[in-house]
Design a protein. Structure first.
Length: 105
C-alpha cells in the first residue's frame, strides 16, 4: 500500500467570505448565524490550541467523532449548555455565557 501522508488543504476564510458575499441572500443568511459561527470558531481555536483531534475530544467527552464534527459545525444544531460545558472541559477551557445589552441606535 502507498505511503499516505496527511496534507492539509489550505483555506483562506476571508477570500471565501468575500466571494460568497457576492451571492444574493448570502450576507443575510450568514449574519443570521453570526453567533453560531463565532462559537464554532472559538471551539475550533480552543481544540487546536489544546493540540487535540476530534477523536481525542470525543473520547474525553464519551461520544463519537461524528458528534464532535456536528458540534463544531455552525448552524447545524443547537448544543445544550451541558454539552458545551463538557466540550470546554475536554479542551481545557471554562465555558462563559453572558447577556449583553443591545446597543442604542
Amino acid at each position: 500500500m502507498a505511503d499516505l501522508k496527511f496534507k492539509p488543504v489550505r483555506h483562506d476564510q476571508a477570500a471565501f467570505l468575500a466571494k460568497a458575499r457576492q451571492r444574493p441572500g448570502f450576507a443575510e443568511a450568514y449574519e443570521a448565524l453570526e453567533l453560531e459561527y463565532a462559537l464554532a470558531g472559538q471551539m475550533l481555536k480552543a481544540r487546536t490550541k489544546a493540540g487535540l483531534t476530534q477523536d481525542a475530544v470525543a473520547e474525553r467527552m464519551g461520544t463519537t467523532k461524528s458528534a464532535i464534527s456536528r458540534l463544531e459545525s455552525a448552524g447545524r444544531h443547537a448544543p445544550s449548555l451541558a454539552t458545551l460545558k463538557k466540550y470546554a472541559a475536554a479542551v481545557g477551557c471554562d465555558l462563559q455565557v453572558k447577556l449583553v445589552p443591545h446597543k442604542a441606535t
